[in-house]
Each structure stands twice: as C-alpha cells, then as structure tokens.
Design a protein around this ligand. Sequence first.
Ligand SMILES: NC(=O)c1ccc[n+]([C@@H]2O[C@H](COP(=O)([O-])OP(=O)(O)OC[C@H]3O[C@@H](n4cnc5c(N)ncnc54)[C@H](O)[C@@H]3O)[C@@H](O)[C@H]2O)c1
Length: 331
Amino acid sequence: MRIGLLGAGRIGRIHGGNVAAHSRATLTAVADADGAAAESLAKATNAKVGTIDSILGAKDIDAVVICTPTDMHSDLIEKSVRAGKAVFCEKPVDLSSARIRACLDVVKASNGKLMIGFNRRFDPSFASVRARIAAGEVGKVELVTILSRDPSPPPPSYVARSGGLFRDMMIHDFDMARFLLGEEPVEVHAVGSCLVDKGIGEAGDVDTAAVLLKTATGKIAQISNSRRATYGYDQRIEVHGSKGLLQAGNVHETTVVFAGAKGISKGYASDPALPFFLERYAAAYRAELDAFITSVLDGAPISPSGEDGLKAQLLADAATQASQTGQPVRV
Ligand SMILES: NC(=O)c1ccc[n+]([C@@H]2O[C@H](COP(=O)([O-])OP(=O)(O)OC[C@H]3O[C@@H](n4cnc5c(N)ncnc54)[C@H](O)[C@@H]3O)[C@@H](O)[C@H]2O)c1
C-alpha cells in the first residue's frame, strides 16, 4: 500500500516511521506546512516531500495518514475519501459532533474507508484485557475503572484551542470504556476542577476530572483524569466482573524492583512509569498502523471506525455538559 502522510509533527513522525518500516506498505510522500519538518521525516523514511494537494491528486498513492492539527481533520477526511484514498486519521475527528456527522456522511456517500487513531485499543496489555473479557474469563462485566493521568499539563495556549479536557484528553478513555464495557453508555455524570494550573482555569478548562458512565443494563465505568502525575504517565485499567478481575498496570522503564529495610528505602520500589504517550504507546502505534494497512489490503472491516469517533465525542460532549451543570446527562 502506497501511503502519503499529512502533518509531520510529534505523532506524524511516529506514524511515518511505522509506515516506512511496514513490510506491506511504502511511505511515498510527506506534506507539512513546515518545510523543515517534512524534509526531515522524508529524509529519514526515504519518501518524497509533497503538498497536501499533490498527495491527494497522486495516482500512485492509495491511502493517507492524517496527523495535522485537529481543526483540519474533518476537511481532510472528506477531501481524501473523495479522491479515492483510504484514510487513517488521528483522533479526534472534529471538536463538533455535528461536523463529525456531516463528515461521516461524506465518507459513506463516497464508499470511503476510514480508521480513527484510538491507539490504546492496540496496546498489548489493554488488547489482551479485551480479548480475555471476550473469552468469558471475568464473566459478566460489571465495573470498569480507567485511570489516565498525564505527567504534566500542556500550556494554557494549547488548552484554549483543545476543546477542553473531556474532548481533548478523556476522549481516549471514553473510547476505552466503550471498548471494555461492550455496551453503549446511556448516562453520564461528571465533575471537574482546576487543581494543577490556574492558567488552565483562566483558559476556561479543568485539569482534574472524574466521570461515571452507566449502560442501559446497569454496567458502570469510572474514569479518573489529571493533567499531572508526579511519577510518570499513569495509564491503568481494571475490569471487574461476575467471575473475577482483570487488571493492566503501568509500563515501567525497567522491570527492576528494589527492596530495602530502612528509612525512605523501606519497602519495594520500581523504576518510574514510562514518561509519556510516545514511549508508553510505541507498540500500540505500530499495531494500529498494521491493523489499518492489513484491513485495507485484505478488505477486512476497519476498526475503530468513524462511528467510534462520533460515539466517543458524544460522550465527551455529555461529560462537558454534566460537569458544567452538575446534572447527569442522558446520551
Ligand atoms: N493518538 C494519540 O496518542 C495522539 C497523540 C498526539 C497527538 N494526537 C493528535 O494528532 C494530531 C496532531 O498532533 P501533534 O501533537 O502531532 O501536533 P504537532 O503540532 O506536533 O504536529 C502537527 C503538524 O501539522 C503541521 N501543519 C499545521 N498546519 C498545516 C497545514 N495547513 N498543512 C500541512 N501541515 C500542517 C504542523 O506544521 C505540524 O508539523 C492532533 O489532532 C492530536 O489530537 C494523537
């Protein structure tokens, strides 16, 4: 599969490298408004530098990977499917669920192929939890707990354009909750506070939040988010069911554990959790691109789909409203 990459920033460089290393794909061209960013990735991956228009118009490109800022995603998805390209697009599809619906209509009308970058589904541990739920190991799922905390807050200038913590950060956890519950949440409770950075509050957002989701049959998911974790990138899940519990913990820099008997060294200590998403989810980013390439080439269903992007967004909208009004929201 011949692939063009749109946006060679933080996540674009990861996806570009993974495409170039894939045995069934070639990274044909890279486009970025910042010429140096495009040049540097193209050089590292043996690709050409192009523009968005040249990539979308190229007959020798079958698919695009969209890694531009969020406010360009829905327009680029539409242009790409109209140009006959299969599309992998980073999350979120758009900050407006009305805009997402309109975009998905265009994808459908063009008979387009679209995958959304909910990478955590492809984390080896989280994917294993999902597979073991499906195999019936914990019986009927009753409670899902998701702990997701960034090491440090982004600058308030980023926060002001981000759509807010629920749409920008917790969107991954809404997708993970749906993935693990196996049912759609229908009720959303949310609270948020500004405890980490006053500037985030001044930008109109929260940096600490908790959400409860309930499905029609009564299954519950609880999500805990913070823009700060002093001990690394904190990413843990727990699934409690009628027959037992599945837990997936943090990934640490090494597997070495220290045990001591005195002072602050008393007890057990491991190395810090991996610092942030590029390190923690490196394997997941490889696996999601492999799933995209394999599904398109083999004609298999694409997951997570645009519809998954919309459903996570509707939960983010509901949580934003619930936290602002103090009232639960029906979805
Ligand atoms: N799934 C994940 O774990 C994950 C992680 C990080 C970012 N993301 C998403 O990926 C997207 C990009 O985030 P990032 O952190 O890589 O941002 P970034 O700012 O590092 O990269 C964006 C790139 O797009 C380029 N760009 C901007 N406008 C352009 C234009 N008009 N034409 C061509 N190129 C243009 C910029 O020059 C930059 O190189 C965001 O939507 C973000 O939400 C997802």
